[in-house]
Ligand binder design. Structure first.
Ligand code: GAL
Length: 373
């Protein structure tokens, strides 16, 4: 089964938008391998919108723009597979894609077969220009079944931006991940509002179908289509930590050829990725809300995590009260945790955990729940 943990990869839209071609995807695939991103789990290389000609061929099939993809899509898929990576493409549930290219309404079964013939492993499926009387469940179910009918294993990445309460029906269409938000921009206000919009919806996300809060802007540094002012190092780290803690799919949106080593290291942070890829995939309990949220989360292997996010511009002292999860000192148990970023240990804590968090920063502690005699 696909999507046992949140899918990871790279997508062209945030940085390159319409300016895509075969050479770009080859280069990004090379860099995913060279920079060690493949080794930590990034595997899907995804072409977003603007890859096709404006007209289908005489058989009603989609045609890749030969100016952008001179060797055709199959050759690119073969190249990406030769690097040990997987290959993704994009279409839309309406008659035109969001940027005006032909898309799959009425052609779902034809297009799914075309993608399978090309060796596609992942389909991002958008929601623009659809007939008003159609609805999400039918359109996504139709493509979900068309993909399965090809016999090829294709990860189905739905993108209807959370409209019509996506989280309530999308899992039943065969989707493996679902965009729950409108497009991200490279600034902290956007990151914060997208993340906070999903806090009370995370219980719908889990094994087989994960809530996708949108592609990462980590390391974009205000360059490319989603530029919106950029973020500081601390803000990018908090963005990445939020996406990891919420177990969102991790689709890198920046240009890997100009990203700094530190930005690449952040994307490879083993502790954050371990939480993102945690096999139990349980939603967090919200211990505090607003723009200084605190979360508690069960992890695989009997471990737990407590996360403090300070989304404000002032330093904060934050407290996770264990009675809020039903744990009192009288139960004879407490936590032994460590700060995953610094390694610093808390010792045995049984009432609460308090910590200072820098402006726009975060702290995540993980460890065991132990009995103290
Ligand atoms: C939007 C989608 C973006 C991108 C774009 C392409 O609807 O949210 O992620 O795919 O369409 O036109």
């Amino acid at each position: 089964m696909l999507s046992m943990t949140p899918p990871m990869g790279w997508n062209s839209w945030n940085t390159f938008g319409r300016n895509i071609d075969e050479a770009l995807f080859r280069q990004m695939a090379d860099l995913i391998v060279e920079k060690g991103l493949k080794d930590v789990g990034y595997e899907y290389v995804v072409i977003d919108d603007c890859w096709a000609l404006k007209q289908r061929d005489e058989n009603g099939k989609l045609v890749a723009d030969p100016a952008k993809f001179p060797n055709g899509i199959k050759a690119l898929a073969d190249y990406i597979h030769s690097k040990g990576l997987k290959f993704g493409m994009y279409s839309c549930a309406g008659s035109r894609t969001c940027d005006g290219y032909p898309s799959s309404f009425g052609y779902e079964f034809v297009d799914a077969q075309t993608f399978a013939d090309w060796g596609v492993d992942f389909l991002k499926y958008d929601f623009c220009f659809r007939p008003k009387l159609t609805n999400g469940p039918i359109l996504y179910n139709r493509m979900g079944m068309a993909l399965k009918a090809t016999g090829r294993e294709i990860l189905f990445s739905a993108c209807n931006w959370g409209e019509f309460e996506t989280e309530k029906w999308i899992r039943s269409t065969g989707a493996h991940m679902y965009r729950s938000t409108y497009d991200i921009r490279d600034n902290f206000d956007s990151i914060k509002s997208l993340a906070l919009s999903q806090v009370d919806k995370l219980a719908y996300s889990g094994i087989g179908c994960f809530n996708d809060i949108d592609m990462l802007v980590t390391g974009m540094r205000n360059k490319g289509l989603a530029a919106g002012g950029g973020c500081t190092d601390v803000q990018y780290a908090t963005h990445f930590a939020l996406w990891c803690f919420f177990q969102s799919p991790l689709m890198i949106g920046g240009n890997l050829s100009i990203m700094t080593d530190d930005d690449i290291e952040l994307l490879k942070n083993k502790e954050l990725l371990a939480i993102n890829q945690d096999k139990e995939a349980r939603p967090p309990v919200v211990l505090a809300g607003g723009d200084r949220p605190i979360f508690f989360k069960h992890l695989d292997n009997g471990e737990y995590a407590i996360a403090f996010f300070n989304l404000t511009d002032g330093e904060a002292t934050m407290y996770a009260e264990f009675f809020d999860i039903g744990i009192t000192p009288e139960c004879g148990h407490g936590f032994e945790l460590r700060d995953i970023m610094t390694g610093e240990e808390t010792g045995f804590v049984k009432d609460y955990l308090g910590t200072k968090v820098e402006p726009f920063g975060f702290k995540i502690f993980r460890g065991k729940f132990v009995k103290k005699n």
